[in-house]
Design a protein around this ligand. Sequence first.
Ligand SMILES: NC(=O)c1ccc[n+]([C@@H]2O[C@H](COP(=O)([O-])OP(=O)(O)OC[C@H]3O[C@@H](n4cnc5c(N)ncnc54)[C@H](O)[C@@H]3O)[C@@H](O)[C@H]2O)c1
Ligand SMILES: O=C(O)C(=O)C[C@@H](O)[C@H](O)[C@H](O)COP(=O)(O)O
Ligand SMILES: [Zn+2]
Length: 364
Amino acid sequence: MTDQSVTRIQVGGSAGHDPYEVLVGRQLLGELPTLVGPRARRVAVIHPEALADTGEALRQDLADQGYEAIAVQVPNAEEAKTAEVAAYCWKALGQTGFTRTDVIVGVGGGATTDLAGFVAATWLRGVRWIAVPTTVLAMVDAAVGGKTGINTAEGKNLVGAFHPPAGVICDLAALDSLGVHDYVSGLAEIIKAGFIADPVILDLVEADPGAARTPAGPHTAELIERSIRVKAEVVSGDLKEAGLREILNYGHTLAHAIEKNERYKWRHGAAVSVGMVFAAELGRLAGRLDDETADRHRAVLESVGLPLTYRGDQWPKLLQTMKVDKKSRGDLLRFIVLDGLAKPTVLEGPDPAVLLAAYGEVSA
Ligand SMILES: NC(=O)c1ccc[n+]([C@@H]2O[C@H](COP(=O)([O-])OP(=O)(O)OC[C@H]3O[C@@H](n4cnc5c(N)ncnc54)[C@H](O)[C@@H]3O)[C@@H](O)[C@H]2O)c1
Ligand SMILES: O=C(O)C(=O)C[C@@H](O)[C@H](O)[C@H](O)COP(=O)(O)O
Ligand SMILES: [Zn+2]
């Protein structure tokens, strides 16, 4: 494949942070040493257990280029997003003598890139890092935009930092080894991008939901690139979530509460799916969203096999958790809802009866 088949999407550059590129294509891992650059002497490749071979191959490539490269293996999925695992990574960096010009590479799903970015943000108060996302979700969302973090017992992503990567390499070939459950989970964030900003995404998924569930589908690259463009545009204008960036949290207020309630055993995308149906119902019941667009949420999410409901008896616990959502201000709960297709807005302090009624619509 020639370089012309690589799509390059720029992020940042106008809001006070350094611009970087998201590369999308195939056989792109050869780009990594160029991104690491000549100033680095050491590189740490943080990878999950499931990608031990990929992690070692990248480490070896970097070692062949003359870097002192180490591989740091972390647990799969959310088990990596803990203070203990971050401390394990800091220890590896310390023992390798990592300095401020050295570089971290996070290769894996969103859990790994969130952790790797957080380790990069905190080591020596910030070193460069490069994201090599290997799931749909990480390519279209987690690896782009510089939100890094870990979970605590009290909730999802409660500790973290805004620390953009120096570059993102989305090698679509990585998706071939992803299980269908994880592949479909990523579609939730793609569909989110469709509802908040780019309805063509919804048209493409609806045209053939079965094809959307596999990396071999005819629209895979377009769906991924469109979603990255949505994210890139938003975070380029509002890196630190002063306002606009909150729209990327559509469906996440309830989703994060479900993830915590499930002790992080549910995939993020599955929780976001239920959370978006809830947000659509909230919008509808608050008199903001038309019935057709609200119903479209259920239809498109169900068509790709994402869940629409959660346990009805859990509402009191979920409500309690939602109170520490990052969008809350004091005692004021805030949700992203839609005023219409691709018209996201903030709903502040909804009537508790409306909240309960919206939850009734997703209760199993
Ligand atoms: N920082 C952000 O802006 C942002 C945005 C969205 C989501 N997130 C976070 O991303 C996380 C979810 O990410 P995810 O859905 O990628 O899940 P994940 O990182 O948990 O990965 C899912 C599983 O797939 C495995 N895996 C990864 N790539 C693989 C591959 N190519 N082949 C086979 N197995 C592979 C992983 O080891 C893991 O077991 C959540 O923690 C969520 O909070 C962050
Ligand atoms: O990038 C953002 O901003 C998002 O909200 C994207 C979300 O999909 C993502 O799950 C993010 O990690 C949520 O962030 P949080 O600040 O609500 O923890
Ligand atoms: Zn998300």
